[in-house]
Design a protein around this ligand. Structure first.
Ligand code: NAD
Length: 301
């Protein structure tokens, strides 16, 4: 099918590439010309703006880094809202349910359907097409987008209510954010007491403490100290803040989530928004006066 794709970053690029490889015809746009050029060399057509994308495809997908970017791309001047062909705007970004509902309302006035479709599974999942894809919107439009979304991962229909996919995604990412800082605290405690962090991670992964940080992030990016997992601290903090806002809007006060939120505010303050989110261990190490992993841990293997 003809698909528009806007936002060709760490997640968007591999998703768009998979769609081309699956035989779909893509029209793409990104503020970064080099990302567009790379996809054109793989067979995509370049567009000059989000409106241009929406002039040329009925289904427009977007994978963007901030709430403001999604709002502008969808509803701003020169945005998808002004396109002549577009029937549905599928937002793969994490924007929270309030922003999703706002974009939904603005697009609905022009007869364009907004579909929430945040994803989980990281850059590796985007490359392999194994993302968890959390879709909410009208059933008929979900069915119309199925041939495209099935290429990027496993589909879950969350419901017809706008924003439901986002609520699902924030619940998931709260757990992902918690796993990184909680596992960091556990491992830093062990290292302070003289344990080998590589042995600790092996034990945790064979035991009941196993989680996505111990299984994926520690072996790949924290123990080798490469801090290159592919998700920016700024994006993780965006998601944690959105989750806390979502809880507040539901009149909930949740203690673990609030503590996790405070820890991630320290990470963004000390490590910066551009750092990889696996750097979250560094302020915890610093407070404890230890360093986890690196050549010492490797030599011990
Ligand atoms: P990214 O910063 O790597 O990519 C964003 C892309 O959007 C960039 O290429 C940028 O140039 C482009 N862009 C920004 N503003 C634009 C605009 N106004 N018009 C056109 N292009 C614009 O971000 P990412 O890591 O790919 O994340 C994208 C979304 O996916 C975010 O909402 C993030 O929370 C979510 N997400 C990321 C991961 C991950 O592991 N990286 C996992 C799941 C979900």
């Amino acid at each position: 099918m003809d698909i528009g794709f806007i936002g060709l970053g760490k997640m968007g690029f591999p998703m768009a590439r998979r769609l081309i490889e699956a035989g779909h015809r893509l029209v793409v746009y990104d503020q970064r010309k080099e990302a567009v050029d790379k996809l054109v060399s793989l067979g995509a057509k370049a567009a000059s703006s989000p409106k241009d994308v929406a002039d040329r495809a009925e289904t427009v997908l977007a994978s963007l880094p901030s709430l403001q970017a999604s709002l502008e791309v969808a509803t701003g001047a020169g945005g998808v809202i002004e396109g002549s062909q577009v029937k549905r705007f599928v937002d793969l970004s994490t924007v929270g349910s309030q922003m999703a509902v706002r974009i939904h309302g603005l697009l609905a006035k022009r007869g364009i359907v907004q579909i929430d479709s945040p994803v989980s599974g990281g850059v590796g999942g985007a490359e392999k097409g194994t993302l968890a894809v959390m879709v909410s919107g009208p059933r008929a439009d979900f069915d119309a987008t199925r041939p495209a979304l099935e290429v990027i991962g496993k589909l879950f229909f969350i419901g017809e209510k706008p924003g439901s996919g986002q609520t699902m995604k924030l619940a998931n990412n709260l757990l992902s954010a918690t796993a990184v800082v909680a596992t960091s605290e556990a491992v830093v405690m062990g290292v302070k007491a003289g344990l080998d962090p590589a042995v600790m991670i092996d034990v945790i992964n064979a035991g009941s403490g196993m989680n996505t940080a111990s299984r994926d992030k520690f072996p790949r990016s924290i123990l080798p100290r490469t801090f290159d997992f592919g998700f920016a601290t700024g994006l993780m903090v965006k998601d944690v803040r959105l989750c806390l806002e979502e809880m507040k809007s539901l009149d909930l006060s949740m203690e673990v989530a609030e503590a996790v939120g405070r820890l991630w505010e320290v990470v963004i303050r000390d490590m910066g928004a551009e750092s990889d989110f696996t750097s979250a261990i560094k302020p915890i190490e610093q407070a404890a006066g230890v360093v986890v992993g690196g050549s010492k841990a490797r030599a011990a293997e």
